[in-house]
Design a protein around this ligand. Sequence first.
Ligand SMILES: Nc1ncnc2c1ncn2[C@@H]1O[C@H](COP(=O)(O)OP(=O)(O)OP(=O)(O)O)[C@@H](O)[C@H]1O
Length: 364
Amino acid sequence: MTDNTQPPRLEIRNLVRRYEGRVVVDDVSLRIGAGQVTCLLGPSGCGKSTTLRMIAGVEMQDAGEIHVDGRLICDTVVRVPPERRQIGLMFQDFALFPHLSVADNVAFGLKGAKEERRARVEELLDRVDLLRHIDAYPHELSGGEQQRVALARALAPRPRIMLMDEPFSGLDNRLRDGIRDETLRLLKEEDTAVLLVTHEPDEAMRMADEIALMRRGRIVQQGAPYNVYTRPVDKAAVAFFSDINVLRAQVNGALAQTPFGQFLAPGLPDGTDVEIVFRPQHVKLDFDRGGRGPLPTPSDGVPARGIVERARFLGNESLVEFRMASDGSRLTATVPNVFVPQTGRVMWLTVRRDRCFVFPLGRG
Ligand SMILES: Nc1ncnc2c1ncn2[C@@H]1O[C@H](COP(=O)(O)OP(=O)(O)OP(=O)(O)O)[C@@H](O)[C@H]1O
C-alpha cells in the first residue's frame, strides 16, 4: 500500500508530448505507490499509450519529468535508457518468443547464476500454475496460458514498475475475468507499482486502486473507482461508464425545475442552462393506479408519467424506453430481472435524486 513517508514508486510530472505540433499528451501527472494499480482509462486516441511509452523510455517527452522511487530517471536532459529503468512491460500482443520453451521465455530477461535463474523461473511458473508446461513451446499453450507465461516473463526480473497496455484484450471473454484476477493477485504479491492502460471501464473498475480518466491528452479526473463512478466531474465522465439520461433545465434561484421536481444547482447564476444526468439503473418504475402514481418522497422526488416505447429483456436485466408525457423527451430505465411491459403502457417514473448530477450545459 502507499506509504506517505516514502516517495511514490512512480511519479510523472507534467508530461507533454506533441506530434507535428499537435499536443497528444497534455500536462499529465501521476503518482503510483508500490503495490498499487492505477488504470489510465480513456477512449481510443486520447494519449494513453503515448504516456506509457514515455515512461518505458521508448519515446521522449517534450516536457515533464519521470521519477522512480524519488530518483529522476528522465526529463529533457537526463535520460536513463529503457533497459536500466527496472520497468516491466506487458502489451496486448504479448509476443512470446516462438522458438524458445516456456522456461527460456520466462528466463529471457534474467541475469545471475544458472541455478538462481532456474529457481526464479520455477517459482513464477508455479505461481501462475504452469510449472507442468515448463518445457512446452508457446504454440502448445492456449491464449490464456500464453498470457500467464508473458506475465511470469515480465515479473521475473522483479521490475519496480509494470506497464500494461490493454494486456487482456486479445483474450476470450470467458477467460478474461479469471486471468485479470490472477494477474492482480500476483502483481500485489510482488509489490509492483502498476500502470495499466485500458479503454474498458469494466476492466478499470475491476483492476484499479485508482482510476485516472483521460480525454484528449489530459487527465480529467482521478480517484478510487467508487469516487470516479459516483462523483463524476462532467457528463462525459458519467457517460464513459454507462448509458445516461439527460434532462435540460434552467437555473432559477439556485434550483433547476424538471418534471421530476427541483434539483439543487448551487453556485450557478439564474438563467444558466443545465443538464441533469443520471444512469438508467437509477430510474424507478411504478404502475399507474387510475391516473395516479406514487407519492413524492425526498429521496425520489416527484414522479413523472411516461409511455413505454420499447422494452427488451437483456438477461440479467430489462431495458425499458419511455416517451415522457410532459414534453415528449425520451428516457431509459433498466430494471433487474424480467420486466417487459407492452408498448403504449403508461407508467410512473422517479429518479434516485442522490444519483443525479447537475452540470452546466456544455461541460464535458
Ligand atoms: N508516432 C506518431 N506520430 C504521429 N501521431 C501519433 C504517433 N503516435 C500516436 N499518435 C497520435 O497521438 C494520439 C494519441 O495516441 P495514443 O496511441 O497514445 O492513444 P491511445 O489513447 O493509446 O489510443 P488507443 O487506445 O487507440 O491505442 C493519436 O491521435 C495518435 O494518432
